[in-house]
Design a protein around this ligand. Structure first.
Ligand code: SF4
Length: 340
């Protein structure tokens, strides 16, 4: 073994040992580990923080504890459980993936890295996490935490062209053949709790002796978000004592496939709405990752639902059933606070 190999071995051993005493073994997806639970948690954790994910994960697993139980779920069922978590394409990918597993894998979770990579929403890092945590096979990963730890450890500027390729190669070299379960979770936890985006607690870090970035005064990686574009949207929410009139959003943009009130910008002019008994207008702001929305909603209050031809695109939804439908967070907030 040459010097670099010895140093890489020590890196992974130190992280695995640290994980066994200080890792976050209380996270719900780290109990009763299965490929299915790791898959759901990894998809939820893409672009979302752990503390936000925990209640959504618990609720999802309570409803669908394993791959068999989710087999007959509709896309709407899955989107309903995703309401408020954001980045709804992830939920649509879960639906597509479980359909593939049902139809092509006889409802058994795929066991190889190559099979996992073919599934919607599963890239190299997510497949690596499932392989190393659920199947305990050695595969590198590169989520945001791992990227930060390795880039600081090897002093790689992540803004440079080609840095991601370099980091993947380093991750391959640093990933051990043994104790892969402890190492993978350990390096994720180290990035989440010790070597965080805004600070690094190098004195408490198990790899501080060989880390090139140890005790260095890193520029705080304040995410200066690229200026979000602003957009105004206008909805009309018709409701009666017992139901809401909602529309399934079909266009390929944010909130795709979720249920929203009538959108005056995207739908053709309609004479759907009769004169309401009461009318109220509410404006709220909502931030998406790339856009700032100013949402104006006219709330039309009717004594009873007026007649429409219900179809897949729009329908009166009973207020008791609303939790079975995927709704964007601001729409859910308005429904919960103003009209329920
Ligand atoms: S020594 Fe400091 S900079 Fe290096 S990985 Fe640990 S916390 Fe991060």
């Amino acid at each position: 073994m040459n010097n670099t190999e010895l140093q890489n071995k020590k890196f992974s051993q130190d992280i695995s040992t640290w994980y066994l005493s200080l890792g976050r073994d209380n996270l719900p997806w780290r109990k009763n580990i299965s490929p299915y639970r790791i898959w759901i948690s990894e998809i939820m954790l893409q672009q979302t923080q752990v503390k936000t994910v925990i209640p959504f994960f618990n609720n999802f697993i309570k409803t669908y504890p394993n791959i068999k139980s989710i087999a007959s779920a509709s896309e709407d069922d899955i989107l309903a459980l995703w309401t408020g978590l954001g980045f709804y394409r992830r939920a649509k990918n879960i639906y597509k993936t479980k359909e593939i597993i049902k139809n092509e894998f006889n409802n058994k979770f795929p066991k190889t890295f190559e099979q996992l990579l073919l599934l919607p929403g599963i890239g190299r890092s997510t497949a690596g996490a499932i392989m190393s945590i659920a199947y305990q096979e050695s595969y590198p990963i590169m989520d945001a935490n791992v990227k930060r730890v390795i880039s600081r450890y090897k002093d790689i500027d992540v803004h440079n062209k080609g840095s991601i390729k370099k980091l993947w190669l380093l991750s391959e070299d640093l990933t051990p053949k043994k104790n892969i379960f402890e190492y993978t979770q350990g390096i994720m936890d180290l990035g989440a709790t010790v070597c965080t985006p805004k600070s690094q607690n190098c004195s408490k870090c198990p790899i501080n002796i060989t880390c090139k970035g140890a005790f260095k005064d890193f520029q705080i990686e304040n995410k200066v978000r690229k200026g979000r574009t602003k957009k105004k949207i206008y909805f009309t929410l018709a409701h009666s004592k017992e139901s809401f009139l909602l529309f399934k959003k079909n266009e390929n943009s944010f909130w795709e496939s979720l249920w929203v009130p009538y959108n005056r910008d995207n739908c053709e002019k309609t004479n759907l709405f009769k004169k309401p008994a009461k009318k109220e207008v509410i404006t709220i702001n909502h931030l998406l990752s790339h856009m700032e929305l100013e949402i104006t909603i006219e709330i039309f209050d009717y004594k009873s639902p007026f007649k429409i031809e219900s179809n897949l695109e729009h329908r009166w939804i009973n207020k008791n059933q609303i939790h079975n439908y995927g709704l964007p967070k601001p729409i859910k907030t308005i429904i919960d606070n103003y009209v329920c």
